[in-house]
Design a protein around this ligand. Structure first.
Ligand SMILES: [Zn+2]
Length: 68
């Protein structure tokens, strides 16, 4: 599986996840994005993702509510 550091992940996906949103490897790994040895992304913390998702979808929810 390709491993990316948080910087590369954000660049690739157009997101701006902060380090506290995710779990990074304790030991540096070779990032396939920038080719540097950095802590790489292991997974995201679910509660932060949910908060982020809710925040980004709030507009859509309220629009939906207005329609119905
Ligand atoms: Zn990288």
């Amino acid at each position: 599986m390709a491993e990316f550091c948080l910087d590369c992940w954000n660049k690739l996906t157009g997101t701006q996840y902060r380090p506290q949103y995710c779990i990074l490897s304790e030991e540096p790994e070779l990032c396939v994005g920038c080719g540097e040895w950095k802590p790489v992304l292991i997974r995201f913390r679910r509660r932060y993702l949910l908060a982020e998702w809710f925040h980004s979808n709030k507009a859509r929810f309220s629009r939906k509510k207005d329609k119905s």
